[in-house]
Design a protein around this ligand. Structure first.
Ligand SMILES: [Ca+2]
Ligand SMILES: [Ca+2]
Ligand SMILES: [Ca+2]
Length: 158
């Protein structure tokens, strides 16, 4: 009886630690619909510039530099809320799917990426956020993401 109780307590505390860690790692990337749209294979193809079915960090950086440039209408060093959300007629970015573009250009995502909360997303903030996503998807930590890693449910939520 006593042994059983100890074992149960041990399991409970282990579960608690695991759960706490999982929650602690999420806030910055709690991306729900954004992750769902990004993790479609159609999007993976857009990042995979050389078409070898792997996305490297360099390909990911290059892609998000292009997205940043596409949004940054005034060519300064950051995106303001107007550039972020776009006007109704010009929300579509050619480099991405419609579903992904919609999720990206939400104020929720802007807030998540604006780490110093000055209502501007700099290129560094934009790239850093996507490097963190890259690292999360790159489960094998070999600096590239294959299709299986791409679609893996690592972000929780839906
Ligand atoms: Ca590639
Ligand atoms: Ca700008
Ligand atoms: Ca900022």
């Amino acid at each position: 009886m006593n042994t059983h109780f100890k074992l149960a307590a041990l399991i409970a505390s282990t579960l608690l630690v695991v759960t706490t860690q999982a929650i602690a790692a999420e806030p910055m990337l709690s991306t729900g619909g954004y992750a769902t749209q990004l993790q479609k294979l159609e999007m993976m193809k857009m990042l995979d510039a050389d078409g070898n079915h792997m996305v490297t960090l360099a390909e990911s950086d290059a892609y998000y530099n292009s997205i940043f440039d596409a949004l940054n209408k005034d060519n300064d060093d950051s995106l303001d809320a107007k550039e972020w959300a776009g006007t109704n007629s010009k929300t579509k970015i050619d480099l991405a799917t419609g579903g992904y573009t919609r999720e990206l250009r939400s104020m929720k995502m802007m807030k998540l990426m604006d780490t110093d909360a000055n209502h501007l997303v700099t290129r560094e903030e934009f790239l850093d956020h996507h490097r963190a996503i890259f690292n999360k998807l790159d489960m094998s930590a070999d600096q590239q993401i294959d299709a299986q890693e791409w679609v893996a449910k690592v972000f929780g939520g839906k």
